[in-house]
Structure formats: structure tokens, C-alpha cells
Design a protein around this ligand. Structure first.
Ligand code: GTP
Ligand code: SPV
Ligand code: MN
Length: 586
């Protein structure tokens, strides 16, 4: 018996549209997981892995043209085009429903439609959102089982008259020319057709928890952000919570579960979330952040027992591996895993592979899906419905030049400007060129469900309401020397920058005031036990005023597209920065 009438009639309507042979309601039980896994192994939608070495794990390969988010096929479908803004693709809702409705028509013939009720957040929380995803992919069902709280728990949590996000997904023909990821914020609806890749099809993640949720947050007075959440325990036992927005494949998962270097004894890191933060103002005037997800959909390449042992351990059982190398011994392998590859295997394209074949074994955007509860350093607070209080927000990206290792903004408005003027080199997480610097405000460029100028306005408007605001910083682990080598060791040593951040929050760390913000003095960073040259540290902390003046030009170009909608404060921030740079040069 489905108590929510809207849910019952919508499922009926979508069944009539997609015409599946069978409709199966997902309950989230262990028996169900086993049954679906067996079925998918039978059809080779999933491939088995060695049960001894990787208990409860399975392998999946997506189509070769379907290995990353497709931003050019992702649309915001709202009535007025201006409401989508200049940085989003827009389609008229009526046109979208009819054009892609024709694709969904009969798309599930010969297939089963799975009805997947899910919660983003924890059951019963006043801040959680409920969705129901209809999908014809067992891979999607099993991923949603890890990434969300799903099945009966969600159906029971959904009240009789309560709203839920209507999520419809069909793999369709997996033809890139018939692929659409559509968001209807005004209807609380998502339609995804023609893909089988993570961010395009796990509709609770980027589609609901960022694009739709950012729109909800605008209207309900909170924020949905592409941020990790981490607690840093200092040697005195105090835990400071930090949220950080980095673009896709720029180090959120790694920072969220870093292992302190040996030379920093007494520090401990607690993971709250690795990709998405929902942030509200608490009764104490601070910002409180929750992780709406239940799992990690992490980048595999570059993840090793050296760089991120906590991720390796999290994904050592009950996990799904996508587009990595499948060893003929039933193990998985990827570039940068830090172990010898198997003597032979099948690569991410499905071709026979050996270490000598000269081809990449895994796709650069190959992923693991793993339950957050298995993370060795998962925070005891990670499921607290109130979330954790933020002392600092970090922005950051991949910048070979320009941005120093870390700097602090002057205040909330300036910090918002720092976030809005972020830029980063593109990665394999989305299709298109890799390594090109693009502006990516708050790491939300691909994920903001409405006009980004209004999103900036929302950030600025939150400021005065947060009586006890977090400090806002910018970080860059990816600065390179003239030979193209990283200047900073990164990973666990990033704790040294976080340690400075925390001491700035407490008012105990030295800094130099520069035109862009407060930059650490050389001796204010804890570099104990780190093998790094003075020269490298100098380069990491250097501010080149000429390069920043050039950067102002690039910011201006990006902002120009918003016309008069751009918050006035940003014009002022640019002018002030320009003036400070002029004074600094003289
Ligand atoms: P999404 O899941 O796409 O949102 O990505 P993410 O931001 O969680 O990125 P992730 O932590 O998975 O890192 C992506 C890639 O960057 C991996 O290959 C990492 O090994 C690499 N990486 C992460 N942190 C660092 C760092 O501090 N320095 C360097 N050089 N590389 C890093
Ligand atoms: C990202 O691309 O930022 C991800 C992976 O976290 S996906 O779920 O595909 O969006
Ligand atoms: Mn992400």
C-alpha cells in the first residue's frame, strides 16, 4: 500500500509512458541486493570479482562514450530562460517534456522498471529530502543502495502529502545523440535519458542534492554546495569542522579523509562527507553542515595506500568498481594504485590488456562506490541530522600558477568574491578538454540549478544573517614550478595548511596582509619534518601583482555575461582588489 497518492499516480503514469515488462518496488533489503546482483551477473551488466580479496564487490563497465558527466547535454528547464542564467543550458519545460518524453515512450519495453525511493539526509530529519528514482538499470539501483538511504526506510519516511523529487531514468540506447539530463526545478522533477554513468544517472547526487537542492535552498534560506566536510582534531582534543569546495576531481575525497603526517602527532581527521554539503544557519548564528549522502563515489586513479589509505580501506568490500582495469585474477587495478598491475586483464574499454600494451588500464574518471560507514575515520557526527558547526570554508582548485598554497579572505563578502572568482583546470570528471583553466565559481558552475547571479546574491545575503560566520579561505595544492612539477607534496601534508587555517580561526597564527588576502608568513606554517626547499615555500606563498591584474581581466570577462544581474558588491570587490594591487606594486 503506497500512502502517498502522488507517488502512486506518478509511478503509474511513468509506467504507462516507459512501458516496462515489469515494475519492481525496491525495499532496500539484503536479500534484494543479492537477488539483483545475481541477475545482473547473469546478464553481464555486472562482472564478478574475487570474493576472498574483494568481498561483496562487483565490477561494471559503462559504454565507451559514457564515462563522465556530459555538461553540454545537461539542462535547466524552467519557464523563463533568464532564470537558468547564462552559465546553464536551458530548455523550455514543455518542449523538454515532449521531446524527451518521446524518447522515454516505450524505452523500457523488454526491461524491468525499478522504483527506488530514497532519502538525501537521514530518516526523519527536518532537513532531509526524499526522492523516488525510476530506472531500468540494476547498476543504478545498487549504486543508489550505497549512496543513499533507500527502500522501505524512504517510503516509510515519506508522509501522505509530502513532496518528493520525481526522478526518471532510462539507459535508452546509450546513444550520445539521444542523451539528455533535464532538471525541472519548478516541478521538483529530474529526467535523465540515454546514459549509464554516475553523475548523469544517480539522480540523488548532483541532480537532486545540488541542482534541485540549490534551487530549494534559495527559496528556503539554506545552501546546497559541492563541498566536503571534515573534522580536524588538534592535539588538545578540540575538533574544528571545515567545509571545502573544489571542482570535480580536485581533491575533496582526499582531503576529507587525509592521514596526518608522522611529524604532526596528536592530530586526527574525521570524515563527515566527501562531495556535497547542505548548510543552514543554526540557532547559535553559526553555519551547520550535513552530508546528505550515504556513500562515496570516488575517483579511482591516483588513489593508493600511500595517497589515501582510508579510501582504499573503505572500498575494500561491499563496493562497486566502474571503468577500472579488471584483472584476470578477479581483482581491480588502476593507474596510480601504487601496486604492480596484474599480468593480464580487460581494460575499461573491454579490450584484453597487459602492462606492456601501452594503453591505460582504467579510465581517468574510473570510480569506486563505497559505503561511507566503512570509512575507518568516519566521524561519529556524520549522521547527526543537525550536522556539524563550520569554523572555516575553503575554496580551491587546480592552478599551476597564480593562487598561493593558502590565503584568508578579509570577511564574508570578500570571501564570497574569492569563491565566485575561483578557476581551475578541467579534469576527466566531465567530457571535453582536460587541463584548460575555466572559471568555476564555488565549484558549482556545472551544478547550480538556477541563474548563477542569483546564487551569488544568495551567498552575499546569507552573510548578515550569519552572526557567527566561518572564515573563508582559498587553497591550491596544485601550484607547479617552471619544470611543471608540483611544488607542494599534497595529500596528508595538506593538513599543514588546514592547521594554519585552524590557528587563524583561533587568532593564533601569523599572516602577511596582501592585496588578495592574508597569506601565511613562512614561519607561521608548521613544516616540521617536511622535506621542502625554502625556494619552493617562497614560490608557494608568492603573490605576483602583474599576474593578478591579468586575472582581474579574466574575472571581468566571466562576470560580463551576467550583465546588470551581477551583484554590485562584486564590482566593488574588483575595484578594491585593483587598487590594492596598484598600491602593492609601488
Ligand atoms: P569528485 O568526486 O569528482 O567531486 O572529485 P574530488 O574533488 O573528490 O577529487 P579526489 O579527492 O577524488 O581527487 C581527484 C584526483 O586528484 C585524484 O587522482 C587524486 O589522487 C588527486 N589529488 C587529490 N589530492 C591531491 C593533492 O593534494 N595533490 C595532488 N597532486 N593530487 C591530489
Ligand atoms: C563530480 O564529477 O563532481 C563527481 C562525480 O563527484 S559525479 O557523480 O559523476 O558527478
Ligand atoms: Mn563531485
Amino acid at each position: 500500500m503506497i500512502r502517498n497518492k502522488e507517488a502512486a499516480s506518478w509511478v503509474e503514469e511513468m509506467t504507462a509512458l516507459c512501458k516496462p515488462d515489469k515494475v519492481v518496488w525496491i525495499d532496500g533489503s539484503e536479500q534484494e541486493r543479492q537477488r539483483l546482483t545475481e541477475e545482473a551477473l547473469g546478464t553481464c551488466e555486472l562482472l564478478p570479482l574475487d570474493e576472498q580479496k574483494l568481498p561483496g564487490c562487483v565490477y561494471h563497465r559503462t559504454a565507451e562514450n559514457d564515462v563522465a558527466r556530459t555538461e553540454h547535454l545537461t539542462f535547466i528547464c524552467c519557464r523563463n530562460e533568464e532564470d537558468a542564467g547564462p552559465t546553464n543550458n536551458w530548455m523550455d519545460p514543455q518542449e523538454a517534456y515532449s521531446k524527451v518524453g518521446a524518447m522515454f515512450d516505450g524505452s523500457m519495453r523488454g526491461r524491468t522498471m525499478y522504483v527506488v525511493p530514497f532519502i538525501m539526509g537521514t530518516a526523519g530529519s527536518p532537513f532531509r529530502k526524499i526522492g523516488i528514482e525510476l530506472t531500468d538499470s540494476i547498476y543504478v539501483v545498487l549504486n543508489m543502495r550505497i549512496m543513499t538511504r533507500m527502500g522501505d526506510i524512504a517510503m516509510n519516511d515519506l508522509g501522505e502529502n509530502e513532496e518528493f523529487t520525481k526522478c526518471l531514468h532510462s539507459k535508452g540506447e546509450l546513444d550520445i545523440n539521444r542523451r539528455y539530463i533535464l532538471h525541472f526545478p519548478e516541478d521538483n522533477t529530474i529526467w535523465s535519458y540515454g546514459s549509464g554513468y554516475g553523475g548523469n544517472v544517480l539522480l540523488g547526487k548532483k541532480c537532486l542534492s545540488l541542482r534541485i537542492a540549490s534551487y530549494m535552498g534559495l527559496h528556503e534560506g539554506w545552501m546546497a554546495e559541492h563541498m566536503l566536510i571534515v573534522g580536524i582534531q588538534s592535539p588538545d582534543g578540540e575538533i574544528t569542522y571545515i567545509a571545502a569546495a573544489f571542482p570535480s576531481a580536485c581533491g575533496k575525497t582526499n582531503l576529507a579523509m587525509l592521514i596526518p603526517p608522522d611529524s604532526m602527532p596528536g592530530y586526527k581527521v574525521w570524515t563527515v562527507g566527501d562531495d556535497i554539503a547542505w548548510i543552514r544557519i543554526g540557532p547559535d548564528g553559526r553555519l551547520w553542515a550535513v552530508n546528505p549522502e550515504a556513500g562515496f563515489f570516488g575517483v579511482a586513479p591516483g588513489t593508493s595506500m600511500k595517497t589515501n589509505p582510508n579510501a582504499m580501506l573503505t572500498a575494500s568490500r561491499n563496493s562497486i568498481f566502474t571503468n577500472v582495469l579488471l584483472g584476470s585474477d578477479g581483482t581491480v587495478w588502476w593507474e596510480g594504485m601504487g601496486v604492480e598491475p596484474p599480468a593480464e586483464g580487460i581494460d575499461w574499454r573491454g579490450n584484453p590488456w597487459t602492462p606492456q600494451s601501452g594503453e591505460k588500464g582504467s579510465n581517468p574518471n574510473a570510480r569506486f562506490t563505497a559505503p561511507a560507514s566503512q570509512c575507518p575515520v568516519i566521524s561519529p557526527e556524520w549522521e547527526n541530522p543537525q550536522g556539524v558547526p563550520l569554523s572555516a570554508i575553503l575554496f580551491g582548485g587546480r592552478r599551476a600558477k597564480l593562487a598561493p598554497l593558502v590565503y584568508e579572505s578579509f570577511d564574508w563578502s570578500h570571501g564570497t568574491f574569492v569563491g565566485a572568482t575561483m578557476a581551475s583546470e578541467t579534469t576527466a570528471a566531465a567530457t571535453g578538454a582536460v587541463g584548460v583553466v575555466r572559471r568555476d565559481p564555488m565549484a558549482m558552475l556545472p551544478f547550480c540549478g538556477y541563474n548563477m547571479s542569483k546564487y551569488f546574491r544568495h551567498w552575499l545575503d546569507m552573510g548578515p544573517k550569519i552572526t557567527n560566520p566561518p572564515k573563508i579561505f582559498n587553497v591550491n595544492w596544485f601550484k607547479k614550478d617552471d619544470d611543471g612539477k608540483y611544488l607542494w607534496p599534497g595529500y596528508g601534508d595538506n593538513l599543514r595548511a588546514l592547521d594554519w587555517v585552524i590557528r587563524r580561526c583561533k587568532g593564533t597564527a601569523q599572516a602577511q596582509e596582501t592585496p588578495i588576502g592574508f597569506v601565511p608568513t613562512k614561519d607561521s606554517l608548521n613544516l616540521d619534518g617536511l622535506d621542502i626547499s625554502d625556494d619552493a615555500i617562497e614560490k608557494l606563498l608568492e603573490i605576483d601583482p602583474d599576474a593578478w591584474v591579468e586575472e582581474l581581466g579574466s574575472m571581468q570577462k566571466f562576470f560580463d555575461q551576467f550583465g546588470y544581474d551581477l551583484p554590485e558588491e562584486f564590482m566593488e570587490q574588483q575595484q578594491e582588489l585593483n587598487k590594492r594591487l596598484g598600491r602593492w606594486k609601488r
